[in-house]
Write a new protein. Sequence first.
Lengths: 192, 192
Amino acid sequence: MSKKQAIIEAATRLFSQKGFENTSMSELAKLSGIAQGTIFYHFKNKEELFISILEEFKAGIIDNFDRYIGERQFESGMEMIEDVVSFYLYLAGSMEDWFILLYRHEAYEFARVNSVCRESLEAIYNCLADIFEQAILRGKKDGSIADVPVRKTALILFAMIDGIIRFNLYELYNAGTLYKDVIGACRKILTK
Amino acid sequence: MSKKQAIIEAATRLFSQKGFENTSMSELAKLSGIAQGTIFYHFKNKEELFISILEEFKAGIIDNFDRYIGERQFESGMEMIEDVVSFYLYLAGSMEDWFILLYRHEAYEFARVNSVCRESLEAIYNCLADIFEQAILRGKKDGSIADVPVRKTALILFAMIDGIIRFNLYELYNAGTLYKDVIGACRKILTK
DNA sequence: TATCAGACTGAGCGCTCAGTCAGGTTAAAA
DNA sequence: TTTTAACCTGACTGAGCGCTCAGTCTGATA
């Protein structure tokens, strides 16, 4: 693994566990076994390192969903919703460090002043919202989903999953035990 | 208003807007028009100031819901759900600074090492989850709500509202326009 | 062998920060 | 009037921060 990649991986872990401000570059250097100067050789400053991590996350999540949707055959729109929700919940677990980063406030603060950051965040959210929309549209066509407002319903489902993932990451209420019930709730919202 | 209260109010605004780490005590002193030393006279350190704010929020939100539930007559469990959700969404807007604080990661980090902080957070979340539970129980008795698992369904509703509020506070997708649809989704989850 | 570019290093600089302290002010009690 | 204690002040401190920079190392090129 290149030193640059090692820096990104260590920084992802530290930023998600301790936050941007609470992670010092000297600590990051020590943990990754790389000299402090090297970090600034690869990244202009601390903020640019953060943005790079966010861009990797963006690429990773979009790629994951593209492959999942591409490989998979869904019987109906409703089934697509169920499978996508399951996959989303699974991803949130397996990419935990990245998702915690997404729930920290820092990214949204950078997004206000940094267009690359803003675009990455938008891409991540739109990727997710769009998939819900596609599934609902398909379900409305094939009759597996009721005649609901597409965009609004997609966002509500998205917000619900988002809330569950937050509860889970923050270790509130063992939200991990709710996964089946969440899918049941989705189905209820979408049936006639 | 006492100086102590002035400090708390200015700190609430700063911590929620800029975050705990990004708010300096000298800035807080300047903004509240109070000498830096005075802040440390009233609060042992920066962290204790944060905890005091969280305790005020806890008291405030519990008080608000107690009064709302106490004053209000609900026709049925289902109506109670609808009204409580509306009130919750309203509160999240009118107590915006406090809610942003609740969505920042900082509080959960302090909670890991500080029991007062942990208890305040638990009290806030349990207050909200319990209300949903009460309403569902009542609805199951009076027949307005289907025979759903009480705790799990309460948490799913809670997570959904939580997600919507987060989207709204982070200015994603104009989530404020979804309020009516959210209540509709709640009703669908709860009807037979 | 000499030259060179790019990767890498870590001591150290300038600065900001949370927290301290010596002392001033106020107001009520003696 | 004097005493006392609570309240308040802001200049100051040392620790820790992000970042720089002069210089080393390595492997390819001439």
